[in-house]
Design a protein around this ligand. Structure first.
Ligand code: ZN
Length: 475
């Protein structure tokens, strides 16, 4: 099937990839053997014969030889500056690695270094650029910085303050970013408390204009509702071994006041036109978040794509409410796989088995985005897909392809929706940006567990090649 907005007066394509398996991941499920790119946009996804007329003297033609093309990966929760400063270390790596039975030492975000990792604009720039090179090498063409702002100006890592945001602004103005970045502002402390008065003041003081909205978009605000279950901090209807049920992180004299403040923060951000991403893990806190969004939407309907981050203990009824409210769920399957034993240790096996209901969220119609939370985990989305597949359990016989497509959607189409950008990115369609990845093999022909072995050969952002494996091997 040919999808094209070809205009003969527009001249030849700058880039053509042909002779492979092109997965457009569009609503029609378009598959082709070739894709053509002109002026940063997809011109056509179709057959080799269909792209032939678009090949001119100046066209770079890449022979896929059976390799695959998919839309660029959007890691919708990735701490870029922190990753760039820390890599190749990751927080889970430092905690004992891939699922070793180490004692849980604390919230992964709280792995405070002895000295700040970033103390100057130069160090911020170097970290962002390093994360960009790493992202390009993995096929990541968009990511969300989930929390940068004044709340972390005195933070222990130095990775989340205004300094870092200013450097993103500078790099965007210089057109020096190689991935499109969405930012959630942070008005409180990362993984810590926030206070309604300063939240509202900082909300009102935020300048969101970046001058390069396709490359750097300050979309909204991150709010920390609660901590995480292994620390007995997720606010839940269940009971921890010590009889407690967790709490909210938002400041307040008692739980009622903390809940009221959380609701007011969500409502204030919504009214100001900010997307709200809430770090919420307990069933109770997620219930409150969904209800606060329901009230905000009833008072002033707006398509802001609010979403829950992590969502460990989200209840099935809350998933239905989230779907009705057009709320997203942003899950890190690798964290589920690694921390489920700790969760079982504090809330029991049944709670662990019910946690991170990825399949149920999809079935309920919630827009599910998968992400790495890097450098908590490695930013390798191929490992993220393998982990999600493992977490979901084996698909029904014959549903393997459907499973892989759903997981690829959760790294492309769904996060574009989270970004409010599905009209121009997330799938390979004529007129959308040419953000794409060449994989050494068609992901629909490999088991998810084997996807991490499929090499990323080429990454294109905005029609420009930002990574080539062959060149990287030589260089
Ligand atoms: Zn995070």
């Amino acid at each position: 099937m040919q999808r094209s907005n070809r205009d003969e007066t527009d001249g030849p394509a700058e880039l053509v990839l042909r002779g492979g398996a092109v997965l457009a991941l569009d609503a029609a499920g378009t598959r082709g053997t070739a894709v053509a790119v002109r002026r940063g946009r997809v011109v056509l996804v179709g057959s080799d014969a269909e792209v032939q007329p678009l090949i001119g003297a100046g066209t770079r033609v890449i022979e896929l030889d059976g390799r695959a093309v998919i839309p660029g990966i959007n890691d919708s929760h990735l701490h870029g500056s922190w990753l760039g400063a820390l890599w190749p270390d990751t927080v889970f790596g430092a905690m004992g690695g891939q699922g070793d039975a180490v004692a849980f030492e604390g919230d992964p975000h709280d792995a405070a270094p002895a000295a700040p990792l970033i103390t100057s604009a130069g160090e911020a720039r170097a970290a962002i650029l390093r994360a960009g090179r790493l992202a390009a090498s993995l096929g990541i063409t968009s990511y969300t910085e989930p929390g940068l702002g004044p709340g972390e100006d005195a933070g222990a890592t130095g990775c989340f303050g205004q300094l870092v945001l200013d450097e993103y602004r500078a790099l965007a103005a210089e057109r020096a970013l190689t991935a499109r970045v969405t930012v959630l502002m942070l008005f409180g402390v990362l993984d810590g408390p926030s206070e309604l008065g300063s939240f509202t003041a900082r909300l009102n003081a935020t300048v969101r204009e970046t001058g390069q909205p396709d490359w750097l978009r300050i979309a909204g605000v991150k709010i920390f509702a609660d901590g995480i279950p292994p620390m007995l901090q997720a606010w839940t209807h269940r009971s921890y071994p010590d009889g407690s049920s967790g709490d909210l992180l938002v400041a307040g004299a008692d739980i009622a006041e903390r809940e009221a403040s959380l609701r007011q923060m969500i409502s204030a951000a919504h009214l100001a036109g900010f997307q709200v991403g809430v770090h919420a893990t307990g069933d109770r806190s997620i219930e409150v978040v969904a209800d606060a969004v329901a009230h905000a939407q009833a008072a002033a309907p707006a398509e802001l794509r609010h979403y829950v981050i992590h969502g460990d203990l989200v209840a099935r009824e809350t998933l239905s409410a989230m779907a009705r409210l057009d709320m997203g769920l942003n899950v890190q399957a690798g964290i589920a796989v690694l921390t489920a034993p700790w969760l079982a240790g504090v809330l029991g096996e049944e709670a662990a088995a019910d946690a991170w209901p990825v399949a149920e969220a999809l079935a309920a119609g919630v827009s599910l985005s998968l992400s790495s939370d890097a450098p908590v985990l490695s930013p390798d989305w191929r490992e993220g897909i393998a982990a999600a597949d493992a977490w979901m359990g084996a698909p029904a016989p014959g549903a393997e392809e459907e499973r892989m497509l759903a997981l690829l959607h959760a790294y492309t189409v769904a996060p574009a929706r989270q970004d409010g950008a599905e009209a121009w990115k997330g799938s390979l369609e004529p007129g959308k940006v040419a953000d794409l990845v060449v994989l050494a093999a068609d992901p629909l022909t490999v088991a998810p567990a084997e996807l991490p072995d499929v090499a990323v050969d080429l990454t294109v952002v905005d029609g420009e090649v930002v990574f080539e494996r062959e060149a990287a091997l030589v260089g």
